[in-house]
Design a protein around this ligand. Sequence first.
Ligand SMILES: [Fe+2]
Length: 335
Amino acid sequence: MNERILVVDDDGMSLRLLRRVFDKAGIESRCCQSGAAFRAWLEEGEVPDLFLLDVHMPDASGFDLLRLIQTDPVCRNVPVVFLTGDEDVKTETAGLHAGAADFIRKPFAAEVLLKRVRNTIELNRLHRDMAQEIRVKTERLARAYIQIVQALAASVDAKDKYTHGHSSRVAAYSREIARRAGFSEQELDSVYMMGLLHDVGKIGISDAIINKPGRLTDEEFAVIKTHPAVGAEILGKIDDLPELRLGAHWHHERWDGRGYPDGLKGEAIPEVARIIAVADTYDAMTSNRSYRALMPRERVRAEIERCSGSQFDPRFAAILLDMIDEDTDYTMREV
Ligand SMILES: [Fe+2]
């Protein structure tokens, strides 16, 4: 495809010369002879491969036009080359600092002009293609990351006959609580991941204990209570995401300090673990278990309210209570 260049120069002779050079080289060029003509052209919404701007014109300077281009929604990534009769190094330095890609002095040698213009266009294309490739690859990696975490969470849930979709629901409830608490988009993604992985330590607990109908013995309960530390150890191996283990490690801590594994109290418990704690208990009550069916909405609500300030951080319990109150059809449960 032919390169397309927009030239702005108030000197008619110079424009004619440039046009001849570009025509001969098979480059499409359009010319504007004033700042006003350029502004009108910009309104049309066309996108060239390069702008070639004279620095001094009666109604505008090349710098003014450069600023216009840089704020234009469709042309802002098109490279700008200045064309000038100035011998002044200061103008050249200022132009390059302002974001011009190159500076060509008049009078110019046609061959040098063409080479520099083509180099600038090629460099800009490479840069654009590379940025696009990085964007596509980054998005694909982010999707794969979520899917791997979801697969891991599903494999944890599959160990337990009675907790279908538990991790995904806890992740979704935790994300919503955090959203209402004012967390940023990036923090919400992180809360969601930690919610998905909060029970990953159950991978290390025997299926016989996890699926045992009826009450657990003290020894069995002691084994179950190791899952936060096991989860923290597993996730602690992911050096690049050190925060990922917070939910797994401390989601069984209590606001009053009577939880496990470390008996952390109040704000000493990471915020995300306090959020997951309330979401986790909510999902346990609103899911069917081997020993009982899911509980009625009013009883769940009363239980969350009763444990606010003892088991749960009152701030996050209050948010969950709001969510329960809005969920009049009781859709926030295992289906
Ligand atoms: Fe747990």
